[in-house]
Design a protein around this ligand. Structure first.
Ligand SMILES: CCCCCCC[C@H](O)CC(=O)SCCNC(=O)CCNC(=O)[C@H](O)C(C)(C)COP(=O)([O-])OP(=O)([O-])OC[C@H]1O[C@@H](n2cnc3c(N)ncnc32)[C@H](O)[C@@H]1OP(=O)([O-])[O-]
Length: 720
């Protein structure tokens, strides 16, 4: 794992632990032994640490964190490096992150290849740099930069690292050769000034001021998240305490974080995100054995908010797009708006003026779909209406080349029904973007019963290419995201029973959701949900009225329909579940007594006796109903694994990552407890079939060993 060789009186310790040279036990042993051996070898003048393959170590081995670890620990390896009698040079390329950067900070000198990046991403895992990174970085960069880098987890370029004093030289060409050349230029110089444990923090006298300012920012930016504040405390220790005591404080804070629920959830999320990109179809096809097609051109049908957003995602990645819209005025507006949105990206420094021009150059509008005969993929993003979509797909089937993929941005409709009107259902799939499509990271891809593995591979690959996190779902009503989302349904029932919209929003926001469900509903538009409900009613051949309380034996709340009838369509009309000050263009929701009156009126009409509802009940009703549906989704194979569901929730609904996602959250609460509460609510609300306990969940609780291991992750069994 660490190859040792001597060349030109340099001991080269080459770390070889693909794919990212993580600092696993054998790497730590190899480094420790290698440094001791080189230090004792009279033929060696200096030691070079370098990574084989694509990178210098990108951190500690995160997989080791879930099992009891073994010495030597990283700080011990680090101190052996620093106290060597020979100068140690770290030669950085790729991504020198976390423990990797800490090893470099124990070295006496750091040389970086021009394209290298360095950083401390531990905070994203709910941790802090635990091998004295929080003590050493401030000694090089000063407190402000160290605070910013460590609490944000930002990776900085080699050039920036040089400016900050993190690296001593940036080189181009052969990294090892350049490192040797640099080493020769400093050989013989005293090592003591290069040992960070012997240096002070330059701006230590300012620490309280910097700490307070940074803390204020962090509490605002990362509400409810523990690690950034612990990082800050440890950095403060680096300035206030003698080195050894600061290191002890860092270790204590690190251990606290490591044993906490947030880090467990964040580490799970790291692996879940990577697991979600791997997929298996029931017919044996998988991401491992299916090759994607190359997408060189695309078309988007419908120039509304979604269509325009999808077009932006594609052109930003260099894929030429034809945006189709029958209504000329709307097309003109959409093209102009896309220009404005990209202008906004330029202002935010996310793209250059030239990049914006390149994007706009590969975007063209068209009034009819006749022009789409040569494109590789079509993404339809028109109104959520099956008949309309089928008409479009029927036409596309005739116009597009036989190899073109035909995709729908539907959020609920059955892909098989859409595919059924085409002659090539194997080429039809769902590509469900989340609004705003050019910001939200999730792409929920949907396969139907006839979708081919090549089509699946291509849309999953396309997601990655356009910077999305792709998750695969089998077709069903609502797919993973919307089928599972029972928060809105239960929230409306809770309002009928006694809570008010802002009570529920507050509880959900305290839980960590960035925005409560009623605020989200106002933002996306009350009419959106209304038309979905109307479509559903039409399918069932029923008419919904404001007094409808049951639909096909299922409890139904018409509260949102009342808002729709009042023309309260949400933010766009200045009124919805909340009121908005349109005069000042404010998006800030204001509690509206008219809504409270409407709710009380509604309850009176339906003779519902209102009661006090606790925050605990709000969380349980909103989340456990969702989790129960998640287990049904797993049972039916709609989602292949719980990780897929959790990633959908993190990236589609901004579920707090530090809680892992609804399925992981349930495992942390304890599946037995969750199951018991689901049974209790099922008894209390027999007319809501989403409370009918999932068989899989029941089996997991009563006979965990009978559940196929790939359906659930290791974390769960320990919590049962
Ligand atoms: C006594 C106290 C001791 C305390 C010691 C504390 C030390 C320290 O402060 C703590 C840390 O370093 S915490 C760590 C701080 N460091 C970080 O947080 C860095 C985390 N890593 C990254 O950000 C990205 O992986 C890179 C940017 C490195 C590469 O991106 P890319 O090129 O797109 O590649 P990719 O697709 O992302 O990954 C490829 C494969 O590698 C896998 N894997 C990756 N890193 C791993 C790791 N550290 N480990 C294990 N595995 C790791 C990954 O799962 C995937 O596996 P799969 O089976 O193929 O799915």
């Amino acid at each position: 794992m660490v190859d040792y060789r001597v060349e030109d009186q340099f001991a080269i310790l080459e770390i070889n632990n693909p794919p990212v040279n993580a600092l696993s036990l054998h790497v730590r042993e190899g480094l420790l032994n290698g440094v001791l051996r080189a230090s004792a070898d009279n033929n060696v003048k200096a030691i070079i640490l370098i990574g084989k393959g694509k990178t210098f170590p990108s951190g500690a081995d995160i997989k080791e964190f879930s099992r009891p670890g073994k010495a030597p620990w990283l700080p011990e390896v680090g101190h052996t490096i620093e106290s060597s009698n020979k100068p140690v040079f770290s030669a950085l390329h790729g991504t020198a992150l976390g423990g990797g950067l800490e090893i470099a900070l124990f070295s006496h000198y750091r040389i970086a290849e021009k394209t290298a990046k360095v950083g401390f991403p531990e905070v994203h895992l709910g941790l802090l740099p635990g091998a004295e990174g929080t003590i050493r970085l401030p000694r090089l960069t000063g407190l402000v930069i160290a605070m910013e880098m460590i609490t944000s987890g930002r990776q900085v370029s080699a050039k920036e690292a040089l400016k900050f004093g993190i690296v001593d030289k940036v080189v181009e060409g052969n990294l090892l050769k350049e490192t040797k050349a640099f080493a020769k230029s400093v050989l013989g110089q005293p090592l003591e000034p290069r040992k960070l444990s012997l240096c002070g923090v330059k701006d230590a006298d300012q620490v309280d001021k910097y700490y307070e300012a940074a803390l204020k920012e962090l509490l605002k930016k990362y509400r409810g998240v523990i690690a950034p504040v612990s990082c800050l405390k440890s950095i403060r220790g680096s300035a206030q305490l003698p080195y050894k005591e600061a290191a002890e404080l860092e270790r204590t804070l690190f251990s606290e974080l490591m044993s906490g629920a947030q880090s467990a959830a964040l580490r799970y999320s790291f692996f879940a995100e990577r697991a979600a990109s791997r997929w298996n179809l029931p017919n044996g096809a998988s991401s491992a054995n299916s090759k994607p097609l190359t997408i060189k051109s695309a078309a988007v049908i419908g120039a509304g908010t979604m269509g325009s957003g999808i077009a932006i995602c594609l052109i930003r990645s260099g894929i030429p797009v034809i945006l189709v819209e029958q209504n000329e005025k709307m097309l003109e507006n959409a093209l102009r708006n896309i220009g404005y949105i990209l202008q906004g990206s330029v202002k935010l420094g996310r793209m250059t003026v030239d990049q914006r021009s390149d994007c706009l150059r590969i975007l063209q509008g068209a009034a009819s779909i006749e022009k789409l005969k040569d494109v590789d993929i079509v993404i339809e993003a028109v109104y959520e209406n099956l008949k309309l979509k089928q008409e479009i797909f029927e036409k596309l089937d005739k116009i597009c080349k036989p190899t073109a993929l035909l995709c729908s941005n539907t959020s609920t409709l059955d892909i098989d029904l859409i595919a059924s009107v085409t002659s090539k259902p194997d080429r039809v799939a769902g590509t469900h973007f989340f609004a705003p499509a050019y910001i939200m990271k999730l792409l929920e891809n949907i396969y139907g019963s006839k979708t081919s593995p090549i089509t699946v591979a291509t849309i999953m690959d396309l997601g990655k290419k356009i910077g999305k996190i792709s998750v695969l779902s089998k077709t069903c009503d609502g797919f993973i995201a919307n089928r599972m989302n029972k928060i809105g349904t239960e929230a409306a029932f809770l309002v009928e029973e006694g809570a008010l919209p802002h009570d529920i929003d507050q509880v959900l926001e305290d839980f960590g959701m960035p925005m409560g469900v009623f605020k989200v509903s106002d933002l996306s538009g009350i009419d959106i949900g209304w038309s979905i409900r109307q479509e559903m009613a039409k399918k069932q051949g029923i008419t919904l009225t404001l007094e409808t309380h049951y639909v096909s034996g299922e409890r139904y709340s018409s509260l949102a329909d009342r808002l729709y009838n009042l023309g309260r369509l949400g933010l766009k009309t200045g009124k919805g579940w909340y009121r908005y000050n349109n005069a000042s263009n404010s998006r800030k929701p204001i509690i509206d007594p008219d809504v409270t009156d409407m709710i009380l009126n509604h309850c009176e009409k339906l003779r519902i006796k209102r009661r006090q509802i606790s925050p605990q009940e709000i969380i349980e009703r909103c989340l456990y109903a969702t989790v129960n549906e998640g287990f049904k989704i797993l049972e039916e194979g709609v989602a292949e694994k719980p990780e897929d569901i959790d990633i959908v929730w993190q990236y589609g609904f901004s579920f707090p990552r530090y809680r892992g996602g609804p399925m992981f959250y349930a495992s942390q609460v304890g599946l037995k407890k969750v199951y018991e509460r689901i049974c209790y609510y099922h008894e209390s609300f027999p007319y809501s079939k989403h409370w009918l306990p999932s068989d899989l969940l029941k089996k997991l609780v009563s006979h965990p060993n009978e559940v196929p291991i790939n359906l659930w992750m290791n974390y769960t069994n320990s919590k049962l």
